[in-house]
Write a protein that binds this ligand. Sequence first.
Ligand code: CA
Length: 268
Amino acid sequence: MSNHQVRALLAVSFLTLLVPVAGARGEQILLSKYDIDDAVLSGHGNWAHTYSGTITPGASFVNFVNGRLGTYRGGGGTLTDGVIGSTLQTSQLFVTPQATDGTVIRPVITFFLDAVFTLDTIDLYGGDIPNNGIPGELTGVTVTLVTPDLSVVSHAFQTTPFGTVQNTLGSLVNDRVVLGGSPLEGIAATRVILSDFIGTNSNWFSLTEVQMFGNRVSVTPIPEPTSLVLMGTGLLALIGARPVRRRWMGRSSRLTLSETFRNEPQGA
Ligand SMILES: [Ca+2]
């Protein structure tokens, strides 16, 4: 074996060491709170859920029975309480893409992470309700990662059923999103947005718990514009009236975030 071949072999071996083990899962990420656009208020179709944040009721609709949309902000509840529900009263019912009266309904759920993470897995638990056909019918979802500097990266995923409980249609009631090998692999995020849910029974799907796994990333916090303005004021006082370079002006991706979604998520 020539020296060149040895060097190439060593390089390949080193790279192999750097590649994460397939299927390896990082730590479970604490989801401190979540917002929802186009939630269906608790009680529709006798399904119930809890939410601790503010709930702003929206349009009424008819989807076989009466229902009402709501905008949820700044709280936690059924989706992150650590309980895998086994009843209609412990799993949140969603409607998409539209109700039977034609009302367009596009749920968007924004999860706020307690730190910066790269994600490897998102588990969507539908509810261990074997005598119902709604949990587990999801087949796809779009995942959007919001980075610490508020740029966004999205990818549409097909989900993989997992677990042991089947619904009345024979589908496993849980669905998994694997980010490894996707364009979202290795991207550091502070928020995770789920939207464009595909796969329903009639036009319903359900979630009783959402769990995310990944690796904690160490980053230098980026000052918010307000603190930069304050810092700029202090600098101006120190150095007179010389203009201060406003490096945050380059963060045009902030526009992308609010343009992508109708309401920019609040909080962290
Ligand atoms: Ca739960």
